[in-house]
Write a protein that binds this ligand. Structure first.
Ligand code: SAH
Ligand code: SF4
Ligand code: F3S
Length: 570
């Protein structure tokens, strides 16, 4: 009997991609995947540690397994990802239900560890020994990088095996019930070197390593050949991508990934750009030109200081690169930005906003540009005045949307060690709500600017309203599945598992006027990442999913645009 695996993913797109990659590896080894946790022989959680709340969700999931594990001692439970790396083997001590732990830097070891864990339990049961009464130490396994992850001697080796994991990608990773995959993530950079004082990511994901451009482009081609039309490039500071070819070493026939040289103050252009360096601008241009069947090329998350004009020019001049930038500011107060070690001032950030819009915001050509942001409220020492400065930045920035988080102290970070968490939760909550309300008004205004525009929309599937209508009529079974897209940058914690933070489920329900039996209501996105709900003639909806249609925008709410398909005269 093949073993059934339940895999639930928390956290950012990086984790969603990791889940897809390990899922592909396990499938290739004969494991089967199930959506039903109670039926699974192996339960895996790919975890996030970015805020305490993210960790609590995992603790409660693990708690839910305690009783079952007592009754079913052969059950294998694994914790993967950032919580595993941050908590280390301490987690196993506190949670005896956990059998296997694998950090994000060691995921290539998962198949071997799982195999070992499963076999040990099976042989114990065969011998009449209850694994619930204690398995030998060798059967509770952890693969973590611990404090070696930032040492250069081990970095190259770790990067090499991880590169093999990315290269192992199965191009049709979804099971047959889910239809062709239209949207995919491709990693360009692992880890992070920025060390913002509040952030666990440099500790959980290790040092920044850029993947060789050839590997990235080959992966994009493979995905495109399998039917993918939208690719989102991933990196914690994705626009900091930089690969020095001269410095690359070949190991086992692969070009060795290496650390990028930073060009500090390189606001405008990379002074070292040239034949031996692939910059982020070069990478975007190459993917655009060498993989033409990718209709939309996106990237998250961008770092404000690393946006050179070279990148903005490439986006402007290449029509299939999306004009959507997710560029977290975190605060509008220079005092807070310094305490957070963000490495830029509010003035530099707003200079970037102006420069980006000067290059990319062309609504008169039907090509607007949208920017979204992240903010942390209640960072240690944040005064009312600091918070007012953040509100002023939000007003000035005119984001499409912003992700707002209450500061959560993370053990091991500089802020946790050095700065008391002195803002009461009630104040954090009030600031959070105030900022959300302010951004809500701005989002609505931004959306209204689309009314009257005619834009290409990438069709994702039936709208929520249409699906409900069809479900009520008993016709939902064959409704095409939409493209699985993540709502936004690394800050989103999807509410549901399996890595498919399906945007359509979050879609609000404005109703374009519909002629029953003639129109069907679809949902899709602009290349600026605005959700659009629109009517189209009821033809073969399955064939429309994954294509672009021209849509005229008729009205707007803060959450979605409403439109109608522009049908060419017959
Ligand atoms: N690499 C991305 C962000 C990754 S984490 C960047 O630098 O922009 C995603 C978001 O989580 C961050 O943008 C930040 O707003 C939020 N975040 C990170 N650590 C946090 C903490 N300790 N408390 C609250 N929010 C946090
Ligand atoms: Fe890196 Fe982003 Fe975390 Fe800063 S917030 S340390 S840039 S991942
Ligand atoms: Fe969370 Fe790790 Fe991503 S901490 S946000 S899963 S990099």
């Amino acid at each position: 009997m093949p073993r059934e695996v339940y895999l639930e993913t928390f956290g950012c797109q990086m984790n969603e991609l990791d889940s897809e990659l390990v899922g592909g590896q396990l499938r290739a080894l004969g494991y089967r995947f199930t959506q039903n946790r109670d039926q699974a022989d192996i339960v895996l959680y790919n975890t996030c540690s970015v805020r305490e709340h993210a960790e609590q969700k995992v603790w409660s999931r693990l708690g839910e397994l305690v009783e079952r594990k007592k009754a079913e001692p052969s059950l294998v439970v694994g914790v993967l990802g950032c919580l595993a790396e941050r908590d280390g083997t301490d987690l196993m001590r506190r949670m005896p239900v956990v059998d296997v732990m694998v950090g994000p830097g060691e995921l290539d070891k998962l198949p071997a560890l799982l195999d070992n864990a499963v076999k040990t339990r099976e042989s114990m049961l065969a011998e009449g020994v209850d694994p619930g009464r204690g398995v030998p130490k060798s059967a509770r396994l952890a693969a973590l990088q611990g404090n070696t992850s930032r040492r250069s001697a081990t970095l190259a080796a770790a990067a090499d095996t991880l590169e093999l994991l990315d290269l192992s990608r199965a191009v049709s990773p979804l099971d047959d019930t889910q239809g062709p995959q239209r949207s995919a993530y491709v990693r360009v950079t692992r880890g992070c070197n920025k060390f913002c004082t509040y952030c666990v990511v440099p500790f959980t994901r290790g040092a920044e390593v850029h993947r060789p451009p050839e590997h990235i482009i080959d992966e994009c081609k493979k995905l495109a050949d399998s039917g993918v039309i939208e690719i989102t490039l991933l990196g914690q500071t994705v626009n900091h991508y930089r690969f020095e070819h001269g410095a690359a070493v070949t190991v086992n026939g692969f070009v060795q990934p290496q650390k990028g040289r930073s060009y500090s103050g390189g606001h405008r252009r990379d002074p070292f750009a040239g034949a031996n360096v692939t910059t982020f601008a070069d990478l975007l241009r190459r993917i655009h030109d060498e993989v033409p069947s990718i209709l939309r090329l996106r990237f998250v998350t961008s770092y404000p200081r690393d946006f050179g004009d070279d990148v903005l020019e490439v986006i402007r001049d290449h029509p299939r690169i999306c004009r959507y930038l997710h560029v977290p500011a975190q605060s509008g107060s220079n005092r807070m930005l310094a305490a957070m070690n963000r490495g830029y001032t509010v003035e530099e950030y707003t200079e970037f906003l102006d420069r980006a819009r000067a290059h990319l915001h062309e609504p008169h050509k039907g090509r607007p540009c949208e920017i979204s942001g992240d903010f942390i409220v209640g960072f240690p020492g944040e005064t009312d005045e600091d918070f007012e400065a953040t509100k002023a930045l939000v007003r000035r920035a005119r984001y499409k949307n912003a992700f707002i988080f209450k500061y959560s102290p993370r053990p091991g970070t500089v802020a946790f060690e050095k700065l008391p968490d002195d803002i009461p939760d009630a104040v954090k909550r009030r600031r959070n709500n105030e900022l959300l309300a302010l951004q809500g008004e701005i989002s609505a205004e931004q959306a209204r600017a689309y009314v009257g525009l005619e834009m290409p929309i990438l069709v994702e599937g039936h709208s929520v309203r249409e699906r409900k209508k069809q479900a009520a009529a008993g016709a939902c079974g064959d409704a095409p599945r939409g493209i699985s897209l993540t709502v936004n940058g690394a800050s989103v914690e999807p509410a549901h598992g399996h890595g498919s933070a399906c945007a359509i489920d979050d879609e609000p329900e404005p109703a374009p006027p519909q002629v029953p039996g003639v129109d069907v209501q679809l949902s899709g996105r602009t290349d600026t990442d605005m959700i659009v709900v629109f009517n189209a003639p009821a033809r073969d909806v399955g064939a429309m999913v994954g294509t672009t249609m021209r849509v005229r925008i008729l009205s707007a709410t803060a959450l979605a645009l409403v439109g109608e398909a522009v049908v060419p005269n017959q």
